[in-house]
Design a protein around this ligand. Structure first.
Ligand SMILES: [Zn+2]
Length: 471
């Protein structure tokens, strides 16, 4: 769907010509104003791009190939993200500094050397990335066993705002497939946490986004969308896809369109554009007036941007400081915790969607834990890789905890189900020669009540064993 312009002259000229044709018809003052805003957007983008280049797959070890996948869950929740802006040192988000926790601590020179040696890469020659908060290493399970081929195909689709926000997949045999660079700021979100729904619900956010869009001057809209995808070199019309999302009368209407045509990446791109528009709108009142589609919409533009400001900037921050790892795992009985729940679910869905056993399904054969030794080992290596890139020890956490615990119940995911976080910490300590009780993330609490602090989903009927004792 083409973006609507205020002026005519649409039939013969290219979109580029439209932009400047429109510009020509504006008053001289408004022209100057818009040109300066376009320049500012360009500078913003130039500031963003170096981050991207720092962050592209520097520490890929031989055992790791360049691809990715995603499970049912991430397919469901692919969404928006935003471009990062200036970063401040992580000190502002002081992590817990328990003596047995490495979370948020900078890597010493000796640790950098040791990790580089373990990964068989050169120690980083560039300064570590800068974060606005302690970086997170977020674990997921695929909730459906994926073949290597399926993983490969998914990773091929994950570029910029396209595909999934996952950085790496770990198969049951320990094969690691990389999908994106670690701490990639220009990617879709992979959790509700990254959508910052604890600050503003997704529905309310989308309403405000559309208000901003409707209140913005047409030429600026087109230019901002073009800027949002500049430098990505993706061979799809993200600008059109984003415009379709932003122009849709409602989310439901957009979903109906999405079921008919591929609109992947449109939402994420649209959110990047709105972030840039609001950053400019909020600079001063005069600027808001100049950017508005008419004098009457300037107030709406400003008010909606004020409502969106904290959620969009938080999303930017969270996306830029998170790495997602998917652990290949069978579907089992999803997040259900009783046979009655499984039966109730099965009664509501088509036969093809039903959970086979009509009861809780174990996430393992009876002589095997839910995850393999190779998976624990490779996840430990991926964590070390993320630490080397970050220049500090990221906080290992679970999708379950960020979406249902720490920030309230903002999502529904429970993965990675039955993951032994205690054991992962021990694997990392073994590599680094640290005491086995050292932690690299949340203090594990296994159970089914995130509202009471359980941060790793653990159902004995699905795992056939008691949870590991916490460290
Ligand atoms: Zn997940």
């Amino acid at each position: 769907m083409p973006v609507h312009h205020k002026s005519q002259n649409r039939t013969t000229s290219s979109p580029e010509n439209h932009r400047w044709g429109n510009l020509y018809q504006l008053s001289h003052l408004k022209k100057i104003a818009i040109i300066s805003i376009l320049i500012a957007l360009g500078i913003g983008l130039a500031l963003v791009n170096p981050l991207k280049s720092i962050n592209t797959g520097r520490f890929v070890s031989n055992s790791v190939s360049q691809e990715s996948d995603s499970p049912l869950e991430t397919l469901r929740e692919r969404s928006q993200s935003s471009q990062p802006f200036k970063s401040v040192p992580a000190l502002y988000d002081a992590p817990e500094q328990a003596s047995n926790s490495k979370v948020g601590r900078p890597l010493s020179e000796a640790e950098k050397q040791a990790i580089a040696q373990i990964l068989r890469v050169n120690p980083p020659a560039t300064p570590p990335l800068r974060f606005e908060q302690t970086p997170k290493f977020i674990l997921h399970d695929t909730s459906g066993e994926l073949s290597d081929e399926a993983i490969y195909n998914l990773t091929q689709q994950s570029r910029g705002p396209l595909g999934l926000g996952i950085a790496a997949f770990v198969s049951r045999d320990g094969k690691v497939t990389l999908a994106r660079s670690f701490f990639d700021p220009r990617r879709p979100t992979a959790t509700v946490y990254e959508k910052s729904a604890d600050i503003l619900s997704e529905t309310a956010r989308n309403q405000e986004i559309r208000r901003v869009w409707q209140s913005t001057e047409a030429l600026l809209k087109q230019a901002t969308l073009n800027q949002a995808v500049a430098g990505l070199n993706l061979n799809v019309s993200l600008v059109n896809r984003a415009a379709i999302w932003l122009n849709a009368p409602s989310e439901r209407a957009f979903e109906a369109m999405r079921s008919q045509t591929n609109l992947d990446g449109g939402k994420t791109t649209g959110i990047w554009a709105i972030s840039n528009i609001c950053d400019n709108v909020l600079m001063d009142r005069d600027r808001a007036v100049r950017m508005a589609s008419s004098p009457q919409t300037a107030k709406t533009l400003q008010t909606s941007c004020q409502k969106l400001n904290s959620v969009l900037s938080e999303t930017r921050k969270r996306v830029a400081s998170s790495v997602h790892v998917e652990i290949n795992q069978m579907r089992g009985s999803e997040c259900y915790t009783s046979n009655a729940q499984v039966r109730a679910y099965n009664a509501q869905v088509a036969a093809s969607a039903r959970i086979g056993a009509n009861s809780i399904v174990p996430l393992q054969t009876w002589d095997r834990p839910a995850y393999t030794d190779e998976q624990y080992q490779k996840i430990a290596l991926l964590y070390l890789q993320s630490a080397l890139i970050a220049g500090q020890f990221p906080e290992i956490t679970t999708h379950y905890w960020v979406d249902q615990g720490k920030f309230g119940k903002i999502g529904t995911h429970c993965d990675p189900r039955g993951f032994n976080l205690t054991r992962l910490y021990q694997e990392i300590s073994l590599y680094l020669g640290n005491p086995p009780e050292m932690r690299y993330g949340i203090e594990p609490r296994y159970g089914l009540h995130p509202e009471k602090g359980d941060n790793v989903w653990w159902l004995e009927a699905a795992l056939d064993e008691l949870p590991p004792s916490a460290l």
